[in-house]
Ligand binder design. Sequence first.
Ligand code: HEM
Length: 373
Amino acid sequence: MKGRAALTVLGFILLSFTSLCYGDLQVGFYKKNCGFKEVELMVRKVITAQFYNDSTIVAALLRLHFHDCFVRGCDASILLDGNSTEKNAPPNFSVRGFDLIDQAKAVVEGACPGLVSCADIIAIAARDAVYLAGGGWYNVETGRRDGLVSLASEVDLPAPSFSVSQAIAAFGRKGLDTTDMVLLLGGHTVGVTHCSLLQDRLYNFQNTGKPDPTMDTFLASIWRFKCPQNAAKDNTVNLDQNPKSTDVVDKSYYKQLMINRGILQIDQELALDPQTNATVMSLATGCKFSAQFGQAMVKMGAIEVLTGTQDPKPKEVEPKVDLESGQAWPPPTANGEPEIKIGWSCNHSSFTATTALKDLKLKLHHLGHPLIK
Ligand code: HEM
């Protein structure tokens, strides 16, 4: 494990010397803006330390990034607490990884107070997670500002029962094309789904009283065993059914789709629908997945971002949301207009920078990790 960690760190160091520009976001934004302190490295230390304890954080961070970007853009609005914020919308109930972002935020706050956005931390953390899990490295763009509004009612994520056409339309509304969509669904190369989301495919597909005929029949019988009807406990099933690759970011997800071992309906449909099957086949048989997945992640990470000093979407900041304790938000000023805070912000972490650093050092020390030296 130590050898693997050392190699990983060397890879990270060699790969992070680039500073390129794409539109409003930039690769290496914090190199210029945080007194040359290595913000990305700080985040990476937090993610690396946790990864060697629990590799399921890769799936958590990937999904967190997707769910953040698809609602109000990549603005960390998914992190905001409150009675009716995004976090409390049903599609986000099983989203994980909030604590990790808090931890990384606390660490970077110690170095660059009030500068590093949580939206950037999510993007950096997802990239680091992909790389740690065997996916390719990609340069992550930074310079996002955090949003100030988060509404459960706006969470309109694609559902697992979507047809390919519906999913293409949903991704299209975010500026992503069909190929981007097929690549990004490659995120299902790691992680799990709950059995409750498979009941329809296993027992009563589209009210036929029968299983989904596109499923591999042997595998379906195993899934039925793991996911009994009306079970008291909602078990989980790996999204990538290749047992050697369930927590590796690689093309095996597409190979599984080609042999009818897709778990969610939308996954399997990708391999069957004429709009996407050629891309699935080319990803399953070729060797471009890692590089192309990275490019698609960068594209997703640029959805509707707030950058620079631009106002956070003025039309959307009417005082209509209670972020904390049911109060109208943003609070009206003396003249009755909502007050818009310009600058960096995100949910305040329960960690302090000191406790987070102490915790991280302990973990790295325990692992004999070279980053600690
Ligand atoms: C049409 C688009 C998509 C649909 C319908 C969809 C649906 C789902 C569903 C239903 C789950 C299981 C949730 C649960 O049981 O708790 C899931 C898990 C997951 N999704 Fe997606 N997803 C989509 C796109 C994406 C994208 C674009 C990514 C990342 C780039 C992604 C990454 C993940 C990951 C990593 C998991 C596993 C999470 C974990 O283990 O905690 N998904 N997705």
